[in-house]
Design a protein around this ligand. Sequence first.
Ligand code: ADP
Ligand code: MG
Length: 634
Amino acid sequence: MSVETQKETLGFQTEVKQLLHLMIHSLYSNKEIFLRELISNASDAVDKLRFEALAKPELLEGGAELKIRVSFDKDAKTVTLEDNGIGMSREDAVTHLGTIAKSGTADFMKHLSGDQKKDSHLIGQFGVGFYSAFIVADKVDVFSRRAGLAASEGVHWSSKGEGEFEIATVEKADRGTRIVLHLKSGEDEFADGWRLRNIIKKYSDHIALPIELPKEVAAVEGEEKPAVEWETVNRASALWTRPRTEVKDEEYQEFYKHVAHDFENPLSWSHNKVEGKLEYTSLLYVPTRAPFDLYQREAPKGLKLYVQRVFVMDQAESFLPLYLRFIKGVVDSNDLSLNVSREILQKDPIIDSMKSALTKRVLDMLEKLAKNEPEQYKGFWKNFGQVMKEGPAEDFANKEKIAGLLRFASTQGDDGEQVVGLADYLARAKEGQDKIYYLTGETYAQVKNSPHLEVFRKKGIEVLLLTDRIDEWLMSYLNDFDGKSFVDVARGDLDLGNLDSEEDKKAAEEVAKSKEGLVERLKTALGESVAEVRVSHRLTDSPAILAIGEQDLGLQMRQILEASGQKVPDSKPIFEFNPAHPLIEKLDNEQSDERFGDLSHILFDQAALAAGDSLKDPAAYVRRLNKLLVELSV
Ligand code: ADP
Ligand code: MG
């Protein structure tokens, strides 16, 4: 080995230490995946070299076929991987193999409970990567040289995976990376040609470049050991270029783990070749689980872009709208230029038409999943529903399609699970029902018991219950679905249309007439607190309710705006009372103006509380209520 200079010992970033610990203790039943991860990295490194060499052919340093070699030494108990990809400089090695650059990592790590069972599935959300080498090795040596640097600028990184690593500058004749795993005692089964070959076939067959193993040559006694011959053990062609019918599910799944840097199988995928005016192939995946950084603004998103099978960029964001940012995969275009940049992608009209076609593919894939695998779709919705709800606002053209994919809780369920699609809702709607009714609020418990639902319960009409923070905002972009308009049941003068019989309507009008006096008295008593007072036909059990004006902001939107420090336009609620309620009858008969005033304010405040709002003057409410309680107990 050549001389090492500038040797130093550095500590891993805290998050790396935690990840290492978690990985070593939670992946022991799935050890062999270390090879998949290291091969995946080598393949990425070759992709990068191929791309950079387009502009700088000298990086290829006189050529050599791009490949990965895996070898082993039974006696020394080592497994070695070598690639002639882009390689790493000393600085690269320190950052890439000593820190985790993903934003939000520290936050994510805080969620670790210390309970290995619970934490082990978190690793799936994180991806395993290079550090998985320490599942089987108690020491890892990495020798690397970045393409384009001098042979004297190689780097030797070495670690036992216990908190620190050593780094030194060494001579390395060939560009690329060699990783030597010193197997832990008990893990020597991996220093075996058959074992390695099987693992490579199982997990890495889809890798587009040759992965070579030394050929098993039987030693002939008395003869000199022959020079090592290498043989390719994988298929070594880009998976997406193969016809769909020839690719097995397992191959699609392993390829996904490589492109998505994910640990789990995908939920679904769609592989398509487009020919005609534009020519491209796409392979799009829906992950099973949301990555931990789905809501981080800087989190990686987008597709892996290839141009005529040459890797061009990771995270090409221009091919899908933001609300589909969880989709992973590859797009390989024949029309783009190899030196296409992110800036060009943003402006290129070719990309626009690809984007709308790819968006449609994803939505179709989700529709199919919802239809054929409803249980899986439930899981999808749990993970990605919130993001899908951004869709109608962002993607006007596909609004109806996206709306069809949305899932809500409703009065038909009893656990608040979001499982009701709009098509299901309409399919079981009451005869004559031409509206989609919904109610928004803070929590499921609160909306489930809202007085606004009383009349719907009585008539057996289903109401969607929307309690995600984004819901009210979402509904401001949805006007109708399948020709039926949405109606917020807490808003305006609820008109049940055909669902109210002529007799009902007539009776309601008569009651309203007979209560005109009470309405006037209430208006005077409540004064500035209300926009209007009227007889309600929403109530069966509660005495009173507050409705929101047709054009006013709902409670949720108001709270969001207030929390973000924005000025919220003042709006007053409509006070509706239930003429049949004994408290209202009592109120109507109340002679004392003072008691009338107290009681109406109490009813008003109670209605605000039932709607999940807070009271403007809680002390006044308590005072009034106590006053009545004292009188009651006399
Ligand atoms: P990921 O592959 O998701 O980026 P990894 O933990 O697998 O995460 O790898 C970390 C980083 O280390 C890679 O992004 C890359 O920059 C660097 N790296 C790992 N293996 C190689 C290699 N064989 N050649 C060049 N760089 C590598
Ligand atoms: Mg990796």
